[in-house]
Write a protein that binds this ligand. Structure first.
Ligand SMILES: [Zn+2]
Ligand SMILES: [Zn+2]
Length: 171
């Protein structure tokens, strides 16, 4: 389980991203450089769908938005434990993403920052891979640097319990 998790993230980090061809959807994603860049928060969806693992395709995509309207966040996560939390830089409201609160105490979260420009503010998108009955199989948390647009894979984990559909609203 965690091997799978590691593999997907490593693939994204070390694959020659520019050589990956991805057909369909309107491209506002720039794949010409070392990293994919998105011009707007919704581009996370294109990136996510391009990289979803076989058998774990994304059926539902949600973009995080604060109650104050902000779509940019400080992001804290631990991919080993499978937790992520977003904190709004405008109103300082913190939200656990999906079921992260439950596992937060055992985790060692690190704050996200952009590897290119050092910005600490990112747009956050969550993709859900579902079983046929609509329960969640896997979730992907992806981010886009709010400053330079670089797209990345901050975390992802398996959901191995029911009911889980309520998590879709907790992005
Ligand atoms: Zn806010
Ligand atoms: Zn950046």
């Amino acid at each position: 389980m965690s091997t799978f998790k590691k593999l997907t993230d490593l693939q994204v980090l070390f694959t020659d991203i520019a050589n990956i061809s991805y057909l369909g959807l309107n491209m506002s994603v720039d794949k010409s450089g070392k990293w994919w860049k998105g011009t707007e928060p919704a581009d996370i969806k294109i990136f996510l769908e391009a990289y979803a693992s076989e058998g774990y395709e994304v059926q539902i995509f949600k973009l995080s938005e604060c109650n104050c309207g902000s779509k940019s966040f400080y992001l804290f996560s631990d991919d080993d434990e499978g937790v992520a939390k977003r904190v709004c830089p405008k109103c300082f409201t913190g939200n656990f993403i999906c079921d992260s609160e439950e596992f937060w105490a055992d985790s060692k979260p690190k704050q996200w920052f952009c590897i290119e420009c050092n910005s600490k503010e990112a747009n956050v998108g969550v993709g859900f891979s579902l079983y046929e009955d609509g329960e969640i199989k896997w979730l992907y948390i992806r981010e886009r640097c709010n400053h330079c647009g670089i797209l990345g894979c901050v975390a992802g984990w398996k959901i191995a319990y029911e009911p889980s559909k309520q998590l879709i609203a907790q992005v």
